[in-house]
Design a protein. Sequence first.
Lengths: 114, 238
Amino acid sequence: MGRIQIIAIISSLLFLYYIARLILKGKLREEYAIMWIICTAVLVLFSFWRDGLEIISDLIGVYAPPNTVFIGAIIAILIYLLHLSLVVSKLQEQNKILAQEIAILKQKATKKDG
Amino acid sequence: MPKYAVVIPAYNEQGAISDVVNAVNTTASLNGIKLDVIVVNDCSIDSTSTIIAELSCIALNLPINLGIGGAVQTGFKYAFENGYDFAFQIDGDGQHPPEELPKLIRASEENNWDVVIGSRFIDKIGFQSTLLRRTGINYFKFLIRSLVGVRITDSTSGFRMINRNALSIVNEYYPDEYPEPEAIILYAKNNLNIGETPVNMRERQGGVSSIGKRASIYYMLKVSLAIIFTFIRVKRKK
């Protein structure tokens, strides 16, 4: 087992532990956590299974196995960023509705007092 | 007798807002119009909120800054929920002279329009804006006419009157940023009759434009995209 493999295993396990802790403490909602768990699981898998990367690269026709890692990571990051933009857009819309309701309700409340 | 609401979005308009509100109320009493002024304070950081509390108007204070579209929609929502028959929209900076309000009412009655837009480019009187802005407005005129076949000379004008049919639509959805041109597409796709009437606009009396020089390219892009997407998204009602 090479030095880099040990480092990879330890860091991905630590990452998995950290995510589990966040979920347990209720700081990370489950629906957002699923993606993180899957990503970390993939990391752990490949840090144990060294030949796996070469086998998969061969399968999809990538010459240099590290490129498979980069492509996979970039695609995952893009999808996740898009997902976050969706979440933010939804929050912004809900926020707007809440603010409008508050303004209208505040006006009603002061009218009753006055 | 129909009930009118005048929605005035205000963001840091301490200098001009009281004159605008008072002028609207004066116009209403001179012309015998039953009208309430609704000032939507879009979380101003100046003394707008204390000023409007003293004026004879309905003050809606937003707890966070929503931008012009969100602010105007707040006023429209209030007008819709409280049973107003018509809602005007005018700027809080004094660009739109309230004396012109009856013109919009007349235009709507004579032509049976659901939406009346006050245009400064029909009679070409009053403040005509800069050449750059007029070029942009002509481009929107072309874009809107190609998409929905309505000829609007002043699509960015925020001086408008809409009836209850239109209010029920904007109660559900109103564009956020730079809403004016996009709203025209929204109305047209919902089969509302849209028309324009000439009005005299002034240069702003206070405050700053929501569209800075550097933002104008972004403005063109954003509004073009919004117009096209609204055109695709909103299904034409039969």
